[in-house]
Ligand binder design. Structure first.
Ligand code: FMN
Ligand code: SF4
Ligand code: SF4
Length: 251
């Protein structure tokens, strides 16, 4: 029996939430990082899945969905969490709960957690913070009780079907060639293969999902969001989403 942490975390906060939930369980941990894990996998009925996904334009990221679709349960208990940047959860949590149920997981509880916005870095700075982590611990303890008594999720989660359409954000990602050390870490991590293997300065914006993994992994801080659309949107977005939102839990 293992606690299987399944997450897609380009900038690291989603993994932080998954780690915090898993740390409440005493069993052995197994990590399934969907940025690098692409194979099929089946969990046993006595495993527990802690599944945490970031919110991308109101959905779970397409690449994460495709990879998660290959992971099947056997009536395996699952905790379903979406991690968002203090703006909107939209249909992402419903989508995640639906997908896990389709894949034979028994969803026992669900949550939306708030983390630092990975594009607009003035939003939700420092989150998840101590208060968030304490609430996540309380939720995890309730999940443990529900798993012991073999209960399922009873509450409705927010969201509508059909889910909102996927949106590709219009922002550019640029690379400063004077900073790049040609380590190719960005090429390896990119889930969309949008950075040419022989030229890490370039990004194919027609296939890039703006996931932020390349920006986050770059040891030289060479990659960033840029361009007129991004600069124009940033102040208004940060102002509109400056009020603190709290995590929500569904049992
Ligand atoms: C492409 C993209 C779209 C996003 N869309 C939303 C959104 O619809 N609502 C929101 O609140 N945050 C949104 N965010 C912010 C992320 O959900 C949030 O920062 C999350 O913590 C990122 O997880 P990570 O640190 O594991 O990458 C978006 C981020 C990206 C990169
Ligand atoms: S190039 Fe785009 S899709 Fe690839 S890692 Fe960077 S942001 Fe993500
Ligand atoms: S991760 Fe950064 S330093 Fe390494 S190749 Fe990519 S842009 Fe250059």
């Amino acid at each position: 029996m293992s606690i299987v942490e399944i997450f897609f975390s380009p900038s690291g906060t989603t993994q932080k939430v998954a780690d915090q939930i898993a740390s409440n369980f005493s069993q052995e941990k197994e990590i399934c990082n969907l940025l690098i894990f692409k194979s099929a996998k089946e969990l046993a009925s006595d495993d527990v899945a802690v599944v945490v996904m970031p919110v991308f334009a109101g959905r779970i990221p397409k690449a994460a969905r495709e990879r998660l679709s290959k992971i099947k349960g056997n009536n395996t208990p699952a905790i379903a969490v979406v991690n968002y940047g203090n703006a909107h959860v939209t249909d992402s949590l419903l989508e995640l709960v639906d997908l896990l149920r389709e894949n034979s997981f028994n969803v026992v509880a669900a949550a939306s957690t708030v983390s630092h916005h990975s594009i607009f870095d003035g939003v939700a700075v420092g989150r998840p913070d101590q208060s968030d982590l304490e609430k996540i611990d309380e939720f995890s303890q309730k999940c443990i009780e529900k798993i012991e008594t073999n209960e399922s999720l009873k509450s409705e989660v927010p969201g509508n079907r059909p889910y909102t359409d996927y949106k590709q954000l219009p922002f550019e990602i640029s690379c400063d060639d004077s900073l790049c050390a040609f380590c190719y870490d960005c090429v390896s991590v990119c889930p969309e293969k949008a950075i040419p293997e022989d030229d890490p300065i370039e990004t194919d914006l027609s296939i890039c999902s703006r996931c932020t993994a390349c920006i986050s992994i770059c040891p030289e801080d060479a990659r960033r969001f840029s361009g007129d659309a991004f600069e124009a949107k940033k102040p208004a977005f940060e102002e509109a989403n400056s009020e603190r939102k709290e995590p929500e839990f569904y049992l």
